[in-house]
Design a protein around this ligand. Structure first.
Ligand SMILES: Cc1cc2nc3c(=O)[nH]c(=O)nc-3n(C[C@H](O)[C@H](O)[C@H](O)COP(=O)(O)OP(=O)(O)OC[C@H]3O[C@@H](n4cnc5c(N)ncnc54)[C@H](O)[C@@H]3O)c2cc1C
Length: 470
């Protein structure tokens, strides 16, 4: 194979379009396969590449104070097509980057169609790619066509490709009140990788439990779309409020059972307990065990802050339940997004377990670069983990803690957030003006320092890559 042998990209969504652009920008031909309009998904309405299926927002564009804004800026600096088209078609939206969806999609389609190294082929790839496609990026998204997802399932195994994300909220550790929540595993069991004190436990009295159940039952919920409700993978991940509807005691015998736990403040077993389990290798994020939910986001914040110890909780991710298709990436993919079981296949976009338009495009950007570098015989160096791009890929390829011994993978899709970046060695105590910082101010200053560190280190990586590519 030579540099002139094309790399095939399956799926012309956010990730696939970005991947094809990056490949071509590195001087390697790309063939982009998109099944629309021949075959549509339940959510897409047009034949345009990079169609935004719902909101037209790429969220905050503030690189200094917001992790997704930082990701925007890093992608701009790395020559992203999706960000360039987004900037060109932006609409007034305060601090957010919102785009005219038709103009945006038309621009991505036109730039790819006009690129001499990109060929766009319309039609479904309805199974494993032909054997003579030696380098393939699968970027078919949350609504991957059934024929292809079945084929992927044969490679990965039945349980490693999920068709629903049942997301429990994830909380920043530093916002949990550990004068109330204490560390203990049920019956102090250490398990295969634990210490016997692996969970954070939030205790509830009877009155607190009753009030919490009332709030869960009364909380405003989102509804399933028809095609989501008919997806036959929903059993086994019941939302917490549905469990509460089945009986006021159901949760106390389910995810909120207090057995084997003793509150050090009272020396007694509480009436009920909410447990949080470490979610990332850095130990900065903790997920609420068994708390997948269809409560609306604002309701989740209100209701879950009723839990003792979570009164000031800051959520890195709120809960949800959606139709989705994604791999157990930390187990299946290597650090350059290749399927370990079949390395000619790389994955990109939401199917790798990132969440959102921007994150999907970001993983497309990296997959495209890796594939092009591999074709040219160059080293596949990922961005530093202190950058938003690096943190995102580190999370999906190894940052998430695999839950050894669990019946189903615990990996669930995630947006970019500061909890995925390595913490600072020294947290700031005073601001640029020398004034002593308190509480929230200190958190905000930390984000700014992490953002500046990220862009500095990204520049170093880009410069090094430019030297290798030259
Ligand atoms: C209903 C819904 C609403 C959403 N709302 C939002 C939102 O508001 N904001 C947000 O940030 N994210 C939202 N998301 C998530 C969003 O889909 C992703 O963030 C993003 O589109 C994923 O990018 P992707 O490139 O991985 O997949 P997509 O953008 O979906 O692209 C995948 C492409 O692959 C094509 N394809 C699938 N199978 C095949 C095949 N076998 N052969 C050839 N082509 C194929 C599809 O037609 C599609 O064009 C939503 C998702 C859904 C399902």
């Amino acid at each position: 194979m030579t540099e002139h042998t094309p790399i095939h990209v399956i799926g012309g969504g956010l990730a696939g379009s970005e991947a094809a652009w990056q490949i071509a920008s590195h001087g390697v031909p790309a063939v982009l396969h998109e099944m629309r309009p021949e075959r549509m998904t339940d959510a897409h309405k047009t034949e345009g590449l990079a169609e935004l299926v719902c909101s037209n927002s790429f969220r905050s564009d503030d690189w200094e104070n917001n992790a997704v804004g930082l990701l925007h800026e890093e992608m701009r600096r790395a020559g992203s097509l999706i960000l360039a088209a987004g900037d060109r078609h932006k609409l007034p939206a305060g601090g957010a980057l919102a785009v005219d969806r038709d103009g945006f999609s038309a621009e991505v389609t036109a730039r790819l169609s006009q690129h001499p190294l990109v060929t766009i082929e319309r039609g479904e790839v309805a199974g494993l790619p032909p054997a003579d496609w030696d380098s393939v990026i699968v970027a078919t998204g949350p609504l991957t066509s059934p024929a292809l997802s079945e084929a992927v399932k044969t490679l990965t195994g039945e349980t490693e490709l999920a068709f629903f994300d049942a997301i429990a909220p994830v909380v920043h550790l530093e916002s949990i009140d550990q004068t109330i929540a204490w560390k203990q595993s049920r019956y102090d069991k250490a398990g295969p990788a634990g210490t016997g004190a692996d969970y954070l436990n939030c205790p509830m009295s009877k009155d607190e439990y009753e009030a919490f159940i009332d709030a869960l039952l009364a909380g405003e919920k989102t509804t399933f779309k028809d095609w989501e409700a008919s997806t036959p993978y929903f059993d086994g991940c019941l939302p917490v409020e549905v469990m509460a509807e089945r009986g006021r005691e159901t949760l106390r015998f389910g995810p909120m059972k207090p057995v084997g736990l003793s509150d050090p403040r009272t020396g007694r077993r509480p009436y009920a307990v909410v447990q949080l389990r470490q979610d990332n290798a850095l130990g900065t994020l903790w997920n609420m065990v068994g708390f997948q939910t269809k409560l609306k986001h604002a309701e989740q914040v209100r209701v879950f802050r009723m839990i003792p110890g979570l009164g000031d909780a800051e959520f890195a991710r709120l809960g949800g339940l959606h139709r989705n298709t994604f791999l157990n990436s930390p187990k299946l993919l290597d650090s350059s997004l290749r399927l370990k079981a079949e390395p000619r296949l790389r994955f990109a976009g939401q199917i790798t377990g990132v969440e959102g338009y921007v994150e999907s495009a970001a993983i497309g950007l990296l997959a495209g670069r890796f594939a092009a570098w591999e074709r040219k015989g160059e080293p596949l160096s990922p961005p530093p983990p202190t950058t938003a791009l690096g943190a995102l890929i580190a999370h999906i390829t190894g940052g998430h803690l695999l839950d050894a011994g669990a019946s189903a993978p615990s990996f669930q899709p995630m947006n970019i957030n500061y909890g995925l970046l390595p913490p600072l060695d020294d947290a700031p105590t005073s601001g640029a003006d020398g004034r002593r910082l308190k509480g929230k101010e200190r958190g905000a200053e930390k984000k700014r320092i992490m953002s500046r560190r990220a862009l500095r280190e990204l520049e170093g990586w880009l410069a090094e890559r430019a030297r290798v590519d030259a």
